[in-house]
Write a protein that binds this ligand. Sequence first.
Ligand code: SAH
Ligand code: SF4
Length: 343
Amino acid sequence: MSKINLMGYTAQQMEELFTQLGEQPYRGRQLFKWMYNDRRTDFDGMTNISKELRAQLADRYDIRGLELKKQSRSSDGAEKFLFTLEDGHPVESVLIPEEDRAALCVSSQAGCALACRFCATGTMGLLRNLTVGEIIGQIVFVRELHGVDSLTNVVFMGMGEPLNNFANLSEALRIMSNSMGLGIGAKKITVSTSGISPKIKKLADSGHKVRLAVSLHAATQEKRAQIMPVAETFGLPKLIEAIKYYTDKTGWRVTFEYVLLEGFNDTKEDIKALARLIQGIPCKINILAYNPVPGLDYKRPSDGKVDWFARELYPRAPAVTVRKSRGREIGAACGQLAAEDKA
Ligand code: SAH
Ligand code: SF4
């Protein structure tokens, strides 16, 4: 019989487990710290836990990380990790180092059900939600490989819609932000969503206080629905209301992601509509040129067009940034994750 994997257990679950074993709950917290903070995967090295208990644990439990299938590095420094989950599904993470920080772009689902027309992950359909251990496992893996300082930020911009895996996301956030856990402060964590309005409110109420990014990509309901089927279920007025709720409740401004699709959302009219839409919302707009996906019809605008769009928008928005794509040549840039590697 295979052992029960403790990777992904929260501090509370660990306490409960130890209570069940007839031990003091604080012993569970010690194990929690060993696992995530000290990055130990063998019970033997957990010296403040008695030998008997260690043996008892090793009998029934283990701490298993993710299995790496393929690793690739692009010339701009981005590094992609393709993992094979225990049931064979693929999932990817991308490490993006910058001068004084490094973000790990993590996945929350294998595939995605929402089928945004421009997104590679969207063509896969949803295979399944990742478990808490599989979400956390991506961070643990990279830290084991490159050291604890190899990443300073975590962005949920890999595969999947994080808010559609809310329960597991929430527990993963708890482990990440716990200083005895992975110790990554909530303000260094960004959850990116395609705009599941009720879940944005739920995230606001959860008390996690993570940063929120919303994939907007078009400033009118009609246009947005053309590229994001999810917009038909969660329309713009309700989405804006949910975002305001989030910014009010957390005090963080929201980041609007706006991927420029050549000839679709890149005109003066689009800029005006965007400026109108965001009025009164504490926000930053992050402009990104589309990363072409083979088989999909959308085109990447020229760098000049991207600059023009950002410059025109700048006086009408509280803050505008242009995000450089990283890792395009290894299929690791935003929206290119499709885990096609079947070899
Ligand atoms: N499902 C979530 C998070 C994962 S997608 C979301 O949609 O927000 C991360 C970001 O990549 C989103 O902003 C998404 O719209 C964007 N994206 C998807 N495909 C892209 C592509 N081909 N080029 C650039 N960005 C893309
Ligand atoms: Fe899913 Fe996000 Fe891709 Fe849309 S953009 S299909 S929500 S992963």
